[in-house]
Design a protein around this ligand. Structure first.
Ligand SMILES: Cc1cc2nc3c(=O)[nH]c(=O)nc-3n(C[C@H](O)[C@H](O)[C@H](O)COP(=O)(O)O)c2cc1C
Length: 172
């Protein structure tokens, strides 16, 4: 069985999971932005992963555009966000990113990284605005997955953990 891992990562979290997946499976990792569908479609298993930014999975456009060429392949999607795993959160990400023909695909969520100081200006500004909005909320009404953003603020956090890969590896 041959496979390939496509990944779009800005801050390293999704890339770390891609490297761990590669170590476990022997599949090569490529940046989704350099992916050629003719090469990707030569493999039986295609894993596509990316960071979550404002609930959108980076690189998912490649899958939307090329889904027909991957018919009959085992296609697996993973995403990496700062929030801890939460069913409601992941349902929201699924509904936003895996619509229509993508709706039946398996989606795995892994917790990633957070470092305001390492972000580019636009991302940092957006994240600071989000934290300010959370600060105005009553902590009692805050969703479980919102708390880490509020608590992390300027702290550098790395929540990546290889153990999260177990269910995905089982599916392969
Ligand atoms: C502009 C921006 C928006 C983000 N939006 C979300 C989000 O909606 N949900 C979430 O869990 N994490 C969010 N994050 C945190 C990232 O998902 C987290 O840093 C993750 O590690 C990014 O993947 P990467 O490290 O592969 O780039 C956001 C980060 C940035 C910079």
């Amino acid at each position: 069985m041959s496979g390939i891992i496509l990944c779009r990562s800005k801050y390293g979290g999704s890339a770390k999971y891609a490297e761990w997946l590669s170590e476990e499976t022997g599949f090569k990792v490529i940046d989704t932005k350099n992916a050629d569908i003719n090469e990707v479609a030569k493999h039986d298993t295609v894993i596509i992963g990316g960071g979550v930014y404002a609930s959108s999975i980076s690189g998912i456009a490649f899958l939307k555009k090329n889904y027909a060429a991957l018919a009959g392949k085992k296609v697996i999607v993973y995403c990496c966000g700062a929030a801890p795993y939460d069913e409601e959160l992941v349902r929201g990400i699924r509904n936003k990113n895996l619509k229509e023909q993508l709706s039946g695909l398996p989606l795995f969520y892994f917790q990633g990284m957070w470092d305001l100081n390492a972000m580019n200006f636009g991302d940092r500004t957006m994240c600071r605005m989000y934290i300010k909005m959370l600060e105005k909320k009553d902590p009692a009404t805050m969703k479980a997955w919102e708390k880490p953003f509020y608590e992390a603020k300027d702290k550098k956090c790395d929540w990546t953990d290889r153990k999260y890969l177990a269910p995905l590896l089982e599916l392969i």
